[in-house]
Design a protein around this ligand. Structure first.
Ligand code: GLC
Ligand code: CA
Length: 561
């Protein structure tokens, strides 16, 4: 019997440490619920649907950005960090949402986007106007170009979304001038985090939302804010990974300069008590390196993308679980687990593809890979049942509880992800995971927006004909439905303390099967095709049909003896 290295730490003396075991549900505001019928989800829409998340059984909600933004990257291009975009509502709507969440005992995490602003942020507009060498330009990464005319970008870095990471500006004299760095879209200029003014700006942003009562922040691109001094050229080792957000040898990812920023922010959060949290979106490997993001005086937790990217394979899953518990446990942090978010192919589709396309490539009508939906959703439920049995905190992405697949047949004319445009359509990007949710099978837009006169009858990304079949009201109370499976899983996870128990591996009957013990529960996940014997006892959760003492392939069960 192998003992795992980590046991989530006991509660700290002062805080509740709620986040160590929490299930956190990601809401992508544009696509969750539309209150006014303009086809775009909004804050009042979320408030009106929060009860559904309580019924689902989650502990906290994380909202993707709802701030003032030209929406060039779904709001990850922020023009005002302390204002609500009219598209989503008002600050009063935010306060109402927060009050409702707290009344329902849900924590509310909001998104912080500190690597870059929108090019429409007043600071960037001032930088353009002020010209080379000005203090305004020093808040961003402006550089002169190379070559006699300065028409060669300052270095060879590529944008994550495709194409060069530099754009040249037109100066006041009407002539091409300096270049600015944008690791993402041209509309997302990177801040210079060696500039104290940038630090001051973000301390203010943190305090603004903490004073309003936000429970914490999910920190966007928490591996990118510090750049290697001198901004040296860099060529990715594998040309196929060009622009990839995964290669931490890049001089713009995982630089040591990010850590003092998080320590500073942690002190700001502490001004508001022990229970506010920082959650890092850091695409950093290996896990032992990622653990540096969650040292005791830095963030409380960070997404586990290594787990997300692990294929449905027992040997690799066991390894990533062990590596995660060891790495995070070594710094006293809980591991986290995640299978889907707004940047990746939904796991109900991804797990039906072997191998899945790299992150960002997405899926579309012309993709070389064609998922098997039935296999995908079966494995997705099995993977979810495995994930929710693991010690630590777990993230769910809106719609996965409905078993939603990635939407592949989006017309080019509907796509909005800058990835699609910056690669000339070579990468479909992430829109397929962002299609507005179905709530009511018989209603227009499957209940995403209101019925009646207010309704345009459309949503910002078109819903496919299959959507009403996945609607919440078509699944609620229906045995075997994916929604009921998620509700049962979250309830049993709580009843049996799976998030805080110690994980103990048990001998496996088959190389494709994982078996472990967590308190009174034996968890058995069959990642292969061949049925195996179920442990004796009462099945408290099964990701698919089980019968006569056998656990079929691509199925996970929780058994209490
Ligand atoms: C993060 C977000 C993603 C966004 C990018 C740039 O990866 O999750 O949606 O496009 O940062 O802000
Ligand atoms: Ca709306």
């Amino acid at each position: 019997m192998a003992r795992s290295a980590s046991r989530p730490e006991a509660r700290s003396a002062t805080g509740t440490d709620w986040w160590r075991t929490a299930v956190i549900y990601q809401v992508y505001p544009r696509s969750f619920a539309d209150s006014n019928g303009d086809g775009i989800g909004d804050l009042p829409g979320i408030t009106a649907r929060l009860d559904a998340l309580v019924e689902l059984g989650v502990d906290a909600v994380w909202l993707s950005p709802f701030y003032t933004s030209p929406q060039k990257d779904g709001g990850y291009d922020v023009a005002d960090y302390t204002a609500v975009d009219p598209l989503f509502g008002t600050l009063d709507d935010f306060d109402a949402l927060l009050a409702r969440a707290h009344a329902l005992s849900l924590k509310l995490i909001i998104d912080l986007v500190p690597n870059h602003s929108s090019s429409e942020h007043p600071w960037f507009q001032a930088a353009l106007a002020a010209g080379p060498g000005s203090p305004e330009r020093a808040r961003y990464l402006f550089r002169d170009g190379l070559g006699a005319d300065g028409d060669v970008p300052p270095n060879n870095w590529q944008s994550v979304f495709g194409g060069p990471a530099w754009t040249r500006v037109i100066e006041r004299d009407g002539r091409p001038g300096q270049w600015y760095l944008h690791l993402f879209d041209t509309s997302q200029p990177d801040f210079d985090w060696t500039n104290e003014e940038v630090h001051e700006l973000f301390r203010g942003v943190l305090r603004f939302w903490l004073e309003r009562g936000a429970d914490g922040f999910r920190v966007d691109v928490a591996h990118g804010m510090a750049k290697k001094p001198g901004l040296p050229d860099w060529t990715p080792p594998d040309p196929g990974l060009e622009g990839s957000s995964h290669d931490t040898t890049a001089p713009y990812w995982a630089q040591p300069g990010v850590h003092p920023i998080f320590r500073d922010w942690r002190r700001v959060l502490a001004e508001f008590g022990p229970d506010r949290v920082l959650i890092g979106e850091a695409w950093v490997e290996p896990l032992s390196k990622l653990a540096e993001w969650v040292r005791p005086d830095e963030m409380q937790q960070t997404f586990n993308f290594t787990f997300l990217e692990t294929p449905w394979d027992a040997v690799r899953l066991k390894k990533v679980v062990d590596d995660s518990l060891a790495a995070f446990g070594s710094v006293g942090a809980p591991s986290t687990w995640v299978l889907s978010n707004h940047d990746v192919i939904r796991h109900a589709t991804r797990l039906g593809l072997t191998p899945p396309p790299p992150q960002g490539e997405g899926l579309g009508p012309g993709s070389r890979l064609h998922p098997d939906d039935a296999v995908g959703v079966r494995r997705a439920r099995a993977a979810t049942a495995l994930m929710l049995a693991l010690p630590g905190s777990a993230y769910l992405y809106q719609g996965e509880e409905l078993g939603l697949p990635e939407v592949i047949d989006l017309p080019d004319s509907a796509r909005q992800d800058p990835t699609f445009f910056r690669t000339g359509g070579a990468n479909y990007g992430r829109d397929g995971s962002r299609v507005p949710l179905p709530w009511e099978s018989a209603a227009p837009t499957a209940g995403f927006g209101p019925a009646g006169a207010a309704a345009t009858g459309a949503s910002w990304l078109p819903q496919p004909p299959s959507w009403p079949g996945y609607a919440r009201d078509a699944q609620l109370g229906i045995p075997g439905a994916t929604l009921e499976f998620y509700r049962e899983a979250l309830a049993a996870r709580r009843t049996h303390h799976l998030a805080s128990n110690e994980l103990v591996w048990l001998p496996s009957p088959d190389a494709d099967v994982l078996v472990f013990r967590s308190g009174a529960v034996t968890v058995i996940a069959n990642a292969g095709p061949t049925p195996v014997a179920l442990p004796a006892g009462r099945v408290v959760l099964a990701s698919g049909p089980v019968g006569s003492g056998r656990l079929p392939g691509d199925t996970t069960a929780w058994v209490v003896d």
